[in-house]
Design a protein around this ligand. Structure first.
Ligand SMILES: *Cc1c(COP(=O)(O)O)cnc(C)c1O
Length: 432
């Protein structure tokens, strides 16, 4: 049994020495110490049992401590935990890839594994560069994207994040200049206006000859603002990319595996991207793993032209434990009505969160699939609001003006009700 002084000592050490995401080296407030997690609950050492509203950043789609994923990891551990992936392969990766290919758009035929979403994006961008190099068109070497996007924190992934409001403004003068079109304005579920693409078309017209690829998060712009845009936008974008000979990279790291109410958000628009990235929920959020998928065409062009290989190879590529976890997660997805479940979560989130519109501090409430967003008029005091959520039994992590929920896709109606109630109570008690 950990006593209160023990906990305080651990947290004091953590605060002095462990750097946490998007934090100062020594933050004003210590973190919360997690003792265990099961299903949709996180048990803190301090005694609170919190219902997790964010699935550990979109990732833990089946909940914590799921026996099927746990068993897959343990079974693999007892065979071997890692082997290099150059010249060697293993059943976990083969089985995972077989299952993955049944779920993704059918044109995607080659899977390149890595350890994080940002790296999967870097790999996607390198693939696009190598593709045009192999095609004998090296001038096609820059990238286009839309504003308000988020594609990760590594160097080239940062260069296609929103240039102004993104988290990376400070690095701008050191990043490769890419081309930015206006973000989509027609919202999901509202009337489509083809003029929404004008800025993209102008950009492709002007720079098409030097563009390797257009990268975009399909349907949901996540960390760049939690915006849901019209599927026609993606559809028309894909058509324009193909007209201007620009590869389309769909970044499904946040949206993949059912989150938006389709297995992949590209399905809303019937789009088959040339390259697609997945991560976050790939292993059910149990261990780090991401993947970059390429079309048969991209794979063939890179492989049949000098240098004949794709120049990338992470040390822990295809890690067997991660592959076993991911495979187990995909088995759960395939054996359960996950998309139908997300539709139920969507209906309940809509019903439960919409009343927040009556709160004068709230600017907008929107829901798509298992994503619920309450956008405030002003940026919130995160510490303050988070403390109110915790007091109401909820783990959520607002950023800027956004209070967002992306619960596990298996969250039961009574659990979701508890989550929504906690959030609404926390929010109504909140005064900046
Ligand atoms: C989270 C995210 C990434 C980066 O993934 P990491 O695993 O954090 O490196 C990239 N793209 C999108 C759309 C994401 O949501």
């Amino acid at each position: 049994m950990t006593t209160q002084p023990d906990i305080e000592q651990l947290l004091a050490f953590d605060r002095q020495h462990i750097w946490h995401p998007y934090s100062p080296a020594v933050p004003a407030q210590p973190c919360h110490l997690v003792e265990s997690a099961r299903g949709v609950y996180i048990q803190l050492a301090s005694g609170e049992k919190l219902i997790d509203g964010v699935s550990s950043w979109w990732a833990v789609i089946h909940g914590y401590n799921h026996p099927h994923i746990n068993k897959a990891i343990v079974d693999q551990l007892h065979k071997f935990s890692h082997v290099m992936f150059a010249g060697l392969t293993h059943r976990a990766a083969i089985s995972l890839t077989r299952n993955l290919l049944t779920l993704v758009p059918a044109n995607l035929q080659h899977v390149f594994y890595s350890d994080s979403g940002s790296v999967a994006v870097e790999i996607a961008m390198k693939m696009a560069l190598q593709y045009w190099h192999a095609m004998g068109r090296p001038p096609k070497c820059t990238f286009a994207t839309v504003r308000s996007g988020y594609h990760g924190d590594t160097w080239h992934a940062m260069s296609v994040c929103d240039p102004q409001d993104g988290m990376h403004t400070i690095f701008n003068n050191r990043l490769t200049i890419q081309h930015f079109a206006d973000e989509p304005h027609c919202r999901f579920g509202e009337t489509w206006d083809a003029r929404d693409l004008d800025s993209v078309e102008a950009l492709l017209e002007q720079y098409g000859a030097e563009l390797a690829a257009f990268i975009i998060e399909p349907i949901v712009q996540g960390a760049g603002g939690m915006r849901f845009y019209h599927p026609e936008y993606l559809k028309a974008l894909a058509a324009l990319c193909s007209r201007y000979e620009v590869l389309l990279i769909a970044d499904e790291i946040a949206t993949g595996f059912g989150r938006t109410g389709r297995m992949f958000a590209c399905e809303w628009a019937g789009v088959q991207p040339d390259i697609m990235t997945v991560g976050k929920g790939l292993t059910g959020g149990y261990v780090p793993m991401a993947a970059t998928l390429a079309s048969a065409q991209v794979g063939a062009v890179i492989s049949q032209n000098a240098p004949g290989i794709f120049i990338h190879g992470p040390t822990f590529m295809g890690n067997p434990i991660a592959a076993a976890a991911a495979n187990a997660s995909l088995e759960l997805i395939m054996d359960s009505p996950i998309v139908a479940n997300v539709a139920c979560i969507e209906a309940q989130l809509k019903q439960g969160l919409m009343p927040a519109r009556d709160n004068p501090a709230v600017a907008d409430v929107r829901v798509l699939g298992a994503i619920g967003v309450i956008e405030m008029k002003e940026a919130v005091d995160r510490e303050k609001l988070q403390a109110l959520f915790i007091a109401n039994g909820v783990w959520a992590r607002p950023f800027g003006k956004l209070v967002y929920l992306m619960p596990a896709l298996i969250m039961a109606p009574d659990e979701l009700e508890k989550l929504i109630r906690g959030v609404m109570k926390g929010l109504s008690a909140y005064a900046p």
